[in-house]
Every structure is written in structure tokens, then in C-alpha cells.
Ligand binder design. Structure first.
Ligand code: UD1
Length: 437
């Protein structure tokens, strides 16, 4: 029987600068969309560089549940065959847990003109409307209803449309792109999101025979094709995992070579690290971040790509909480992304949140405490705080972190971090000197 990993905790002894090399895996958010899109052909698709994290595994399980054949060739290579999809109604406990389940809507609707998928779950980082997905599907000719938490979309046939997104949204851009790939005619998506994973999903669909132009700009043009075919495709490196390790160097006063990255995707992160006093060196497929002395304060506003990513906001918050002066962070994408602030305050940070802005008065150091991971990225950021803190931190709810980071604790240990996972925190507390409160 599978172990209940929801009860796992981290125990972290801080105070050591992280140094060494770390290799970044495939982008979770690109992989989730690409895995879903793989079912749009009846031929077998091979996807390489798929991160072995909870969210991708939940997605693969959900797809198996509707008859998709999934074979894992090795830890990161998956073969997917969607020729035997027997049910376009996906309603499993698992699929409700992840945000990206909505990509199955675009993929199933695009292929079968019919899909029923529960409304997405995912991290509680704010209200997450799906009106732009609905608007896009309707523009393509689908009838869309939401009944008892399930979104149902169906059409006799899908026809191209000119769609103007009211907000810049990654999810709706990808979903509408998938749904329109085999629609009749030429679809235009304006005010499209430009994130690296939009380009990756478009490249993947084009490898399957789609005709998508302009991904990575704010106008995407999709000429409908009759069918898609087999391909082998490798997912791009994870921008956010890379950024997290770059900030790990900054926060712990370390020196880390972050390998297997696309430095262009990291520019907004590198720029902020340089502003706060770190040294960032770029190579063809790696970046080195080193940090000496006290970090400097700065101001950050999260924005759609190529702006500073919201998924890197908590990591920056932790760094700025140690800076020599007052910084601000304005969160403009999701309103509930400051939930790490209370936890960080227990570790000694001085942060005040006013509306969507955090005013951060830097302190000299954090101290270990008992904290909870509030969501995926906030959890990872608190781990970095704990690695720099004086003393021991115990962290609950680390299953959030495992949704999106593969072997996070192992990678941090290889950089010299003192971090362990345990499922029995009380026994551990008796063994060592710290106390669970
Ligand atoms: C994706 C990422 C998430 C990241 C986010 C922004 C996945 C699985 N998740 O989430 O990690 O933080 O992009 O980079 O890839 N919005 C609407 N209506 C809609 C859709 C979105 O108003 O129909 C709003 C949202 O409330 C938010 C903004 O648009 O304020 C951006 O959301 P979006 O880019 O869609 O985020 P996700 O795709 O959910």
C-alpha cells in the first residue's frame, strides 16, 4: 500500500551557505499541459524530461482513468497513447486536486468536441476564475455549462474565432490554443500570455502536426489542421525550480551553479538578484549565483512574463526579509500569495502586508521555528528561510512542496543543506534537542 506522504515533515538545521551544482528538471507547468495535449492524437507520443512530481503523476493517473495508455520508459520519459479514450467525463478525487486538470478540457474538446472535467483545485493562492477559458471555448462554438462543480463543454464542430483575452492568462491561452488546433479555419488569440511554457506547448503541438504561429508574442495564430500525429518531445527546463535554487544561493550567502536551464527565461530573476547585491554569471545552459555579505533592499512587482513571475514572489520575499533596509513587493496576479508572511514572522521577519503590497523591513537573521508550508512556492521559500536560520525548523504540510519540486530535499542536501524528511516528528523531536510546539 502507498505510504501516506501527507504526514511527512522537514527538519532543517540552518546556518550553512549552500554551495555546489544542481541540475534542474523539466518544467512542471509545461509538462502538465503537454501531457494533456498528448491525447489529441491516436498515435503514440513520447514525452521526455517530465518531472516526477505529484502534479504530473496525478495528471497521468487521471488520464489512465479514462482509458489513456501510459507507459513510463524511465523516470522522466513517458509514452502516451490516447486512442482508447473511452470516457470524456473525468471525475476522480485526484483530478480535483490539481489546477492543471483544466487542460484536459481543451484537449478533449479539441479532439472529441466534448469534455466534462471537474473545476480545478490547486494551491489556494487567491480566487482563480476560469471565465476566459469559457469565453474562448464558447467563441470556438462550444456550449459550456458548469453544473455541480463540473465544467461541461460540447460542440457539433469547432470553428475558428478571433478571441481577445480580457486578462493575460497562461491557462486560458494554452486551453484555447489546444481546443482550436483542429477547429475549422484560422483562430487568432489576442492579448495572449507569453510565458515560456506557452511557447513549449505550441512547439509540442506543432511537432504533432499543428500549425501555430506567434506563441511567445501576444498574438497567437492557429490554422486548424485535420489531424495530429505521433512525435517525441522534450519538455523545457523549469524556470521556477531554477529560480528557487538561484534564490537559495542569495538567501544562504552561498554559491550555486544552476545547470540545465535556459538563461533567457531567468532574466527577470537574475536582474532582481543583481539588484539585491548578488553576482549572476550566465553560461549557455547554466547560471551561477553567488552572494557575499548583506543583501540589499529593492522593490518588486509581479507581472506576466517577461515581468517578474508571481511563482517567484515568496522566494524574493524571504531574501528581502534579510536585506539591509526596507523593500516592497506588490503582488499583481494572485491576491492570496502572502500567506508565508505569518510563518516567516515566527522566524523573526518584520513584514507588514497592506492590500496587495508587502512592506518588508529587513532583519539580520531568522531563527528556527515550527512552521507550515502554506502552498507550493511559499513552502519552498520557507525551506530556504529555514536553511539560512539560526537553529532548527520543523515544517508541516510539505506535500505542497512535493507537488512541484522533484527530490527537493535531496538536491538541497547535495548543496550542503541540513534537511531531512520524516513521518514521525514527535519521535524525531525526542531524538534531537528541539521541541515541537
Ligand atoms: C499558471 C500556473 C501558476 C502561475 C500562473 C501565473 C499552471 C498549472 N499554473 O496558473 O503556477 O502562478 O500561471 O503565471 O500552469 N484569470 C482570470 N480569468 C481566467 C483565468 C485567469 O481572470 O479565466 C486571472 C487569474 O485570476 C490571475 C491571472 O488571470 O489573476 C493569471 O492567471 P493564469 O495565468 O490563468 O494562471 P493559471 O494558468 O491558473
Amino acid at each position: 500500500m502507498a505510504r501516506d506522504t501527507d504526514r511527512d515533515h522537514y527538519i532543517i538545521n540552518g546556518g550553512r551557505p549552500l554551495t555546489g551544482e544542481v541540475t534542474i528538471g523539466g518544467a512542471k507547468n509545461a509538462a502538465l499541459a503537454i501531457i494533456a495535449a498528448s491525447i489529441m492524437t491516436d498515435e503514440t507520443v513520447t514525452i521526455e524530461n517530465v518531472p516526477d512530481v505529484r502534479d504530473t503523476n496525478v495528471m497521468l493517473e487521471a488520464m489512465e482513468g479514462i482509458g489513456v495508455k501510459i507507459s513510463r520508459l524511465d523516470r522522466h520519459t513517458i509514452e502516451i497513447n490516447g486512442s482508447r479514450v473511452e470516457n470524456v467525463n473525468i471525475d476522480t478525487e485526484n483530478i480535483r486536486k490539481i489546477r492543471a486538470s483544466y487542460y484536459l478540457l481543451g484537449a478533449l474538446l479539441g479532439k472529441y468536441c466534448h469534455a466534462e472535467v471537474p473545476l480545478p483545485g490547486g494551491c489556494d493562492i487567491g480566487s482563480r476564475p476560469i471565465d476566459q477559458h469559457v469565453k474562448g471555448f464558447r467563441a470556438l462554438g462550444a456550449k459550456v455549462n458548469i453544473e455541480r462543480g463540473i465544467m461541461k463543454a460540447s460542440a457539433d464542430k469547432l470553428s475558428a474565432a478571433h478571441i481577445y483575452m480580457d486578462v493575460v492568462t497562461v491557462g486560458a491561452t494554452i486551453n484555447v490554443m489546444m481546443a482550436s488546433v483542429m477547429a475549422d479555419g484560422k483562430t487568432i488569440i489576442e492579448n495572449a500570455a507569453k510565458e515560456p511554457h506557452i511557447v513549449d506547448v505550441a512547439n509540442f503541438l506543432n511537432s504533432m502536426g499543428a500549425n501555430i504561429k506567434g506563441a511567445g508574442t501576444d498574438v497567437i495564430r492557429i490554422k486548424g489542421v485535420d489531424r495530429l500525429h505521433a512525435c517525441t518531445y522534450s519538455v523545457i527546463p523549469d524556470q521556477i525550480e531554477a529560480g528557487t535554487f538561484m534564490f537559495a544561493a542569495a538567501i544562504t550567502g552561498g554559491n550555486i551553479l544552476v545547470k540545465n536551464v535556459i538563461p533567457k527565461h531567468l532574466e527577470s530573476i537574475s536582474a532582481k538578484l543583481e539588484e539585491i547585491g548578488c553576482h549572476v554569471e550566465e553560461f549557455d545552459d547554466a547560471v551561477r549565483v553567488s552572494s557575499f555579505g548583506r543583501l540589499q533592499p529593492t522593490h518588486i512587482k509581479t507581472l506576466p512574463y517577461p515581468g517578474y513571475p508571481t511563482d517567484m514572489q515568496p522566494q524574493a520575499g524571504v531574501a528581502l526579509a534579510l536585506a539591509d533596509g526596507v523593500s516592497t513587493i506588490t503582488e499583481s496576479i494572485f491576491e492570496n500569495r502572502f500567506r508565508y508572511v505569518d510563518e516567516l514572522t515566527r522566524m523573526g521577519a518584520a513584514i507588514r502586508v497592506e492590500g496587495n503590497t508587502a512592506i518588508i523591513d529587513g532583519v539580520q537573521h531568522f531563527t528556527g521555528a515550527h512552521v507550515q508550508a502554506p502552498d507550493l512556492r511559499a513552502g519552498a521559500a520557507l525551506v530556504l528561510a529555514a536553511l539560512s536560520a539560526d537553529g532548527t525548523t520543523t515544517m508541516d504540510d510539505i506535500h505542497f512542496i512535493e507537488r512541484g519540486y522533484e527530490d527537493f530535499d535531496e538536491k538541497l542536501r547535495s548543496l550542503g543543506g541540513d534537511i531531512r524528511k520524516t513521518d514521525n516528528i514527535r519521535q524525531e523531536s525526542r531524538k534531537s534537542k528541539f521541541k515541537v510546539v
